[in-house]
Ligand binder design. Structure first.
Ligand SMILES: [Zn+2]
Length: 342
């Protein structure tokens, strides 16, 4: 029968096809091995410039009596140069070149159909700088589309409602945190006008100055009934003082603590300010209520570890998690700014 004969031929064909494929697979596998090995050697060598600056050489410089630092440095340098030379020779080998050609050909043929689950990650890793170099500014809007919670069932806060809001806020967070309107020294009138500066204190943790402005109307003007928008913020240590004066000024005196236009001397509060200001810049309109929701989460600034790397101090800069990233359920996760960006 014709059908049976056809089937016989087909199975014969598929038998040799399987053998062909198996030998193809093993040759592709060996090509992958060759390229992986080359990539590893290249990665090792790329650590070299940063490695020169690392502590092993710095501490080597202190042990001057035993080993002159210049010779240690020179030794490392010549070894790396030698490694680079042998890597170049290895890369020019025929089997490596053949594997590279096969990889290019393979990518050209079906690059669009293969989805590498780690592709994006490895691309990001390739772009990311070595730990020694300063971090470039990363636009993190991609990571956090809207860092602040939306207003649900509440109207945006207005200047008129601000005193009531502050009273309610302080009642809710009694003894844990304190919010009030900050009046600069020499401010005679008790009347509050925009821009309003709020002073937010979490005892033993931090103190923030929050500047509120008015949302502009359609015609570019603002009225008393316009919504208040968070414009900027600076963060200080809860007991950080502006002057070195030993005389304890009254708590409410603006001279007792840093004024809102200055900057904290502590890097953790500088980084915290930067993180929040960037979040503000990434959102066109930030209402007071949603913003305060995030600030409350900073009560754990010195208590909770990063939800991404599970460590308290960041690998870079040794800072606690200064970022608060909102989860779907509305909870705030402490994260290192460096972990969020990586
Ligand atoms: Zn982390």
């Amino acid at each position: 029968m014709a059908t049976t004969a056809d089937n016989g031929v087909q199975s014969l064909n598929s038998g040799s096809a399987i053998e062909d494929r198996q030998s193809l697979v093993s040759s592709v596998q060996s090509q992958i091995d060759v390229l992986t090995d080359l990539s590893k050697r290249l990665q090792t060598l790329r650590q070299f410039p940063g490695g020169l600056l690392r502590s092993e050489h710095a501490s080597g410089a202190n042990q001057v009596l035993q080993v002159p630092p210049s010779s240690t440095l020179k030794g490392t340098f010549s070894k790396s140069i030698e490694d680079l030379r042998t890597l170049h020779v290895a890369a020019m080998e025929e089997r490596v070149q053949e594997a590279l050609r096969a990889a290019v050909e393979s990518e050209r043929r079906d690059g669009t159909e293969i989805e590498d689950p780690q592709g994006q990650e490895s691309q990001e890793r390739r772009r990311s700088p070595s730990p020694e170099s300063p971090k470039p500014f990363l636009v993190f809007q991609h990571k956090v589309a809207s860092p602040f919670p939306p207003l649900v069932g509440t109207l945006p806060l207005t200047l008129q409602d601000l005193p009531t809001y502050i009273r309610e806020f302080n009642a809710t967070h009694a003894k844990k945190m304190l919010l009030h309107i900050y009046l600069a020294s020499g401010h005679e009138s008790r009347k509050v006008s925009v821009p309003v500066v709020l002073r937010f204190l979490i005892p033993d943790v931090l103190r923030m100055f929050i500047t509120l402005g008015h949302e502009e109307g359609v015609d570019g003007t603002a009225s008393e009934t316009s919504a208040l928008m968070v414009e900027s913020l600076t963060v200080f240590g809860s007991r950080e003082k502006a002057s070195a004066s030993r005389n304890r000024a009254p708590l409410h005196s603006p001279y007792f603590q840093k004024p809102p236009h200055s900057q904290s001397e502590f890097i953790v509060f500088q980084k915290l300010s930067q993180w929040i200001v960037r979040a503000l810049q990434s959102s066109p309109r930030v209402h007071v209520q949603g913003f305060m929701d995030m600030l409350v989460a900073y009560e754990s600034l010195f208590l909770e570890k990063c939800s991404l790397c599970q460590r308290f101090l960041s690998a870079e800069g040794y800072l606690p998690p200064v970022a608060r990233v909102r989860r779907e359920d509305g909870a705030w996760e402490p994260q290192h700014a460096t972990c969020v960006q990586n």
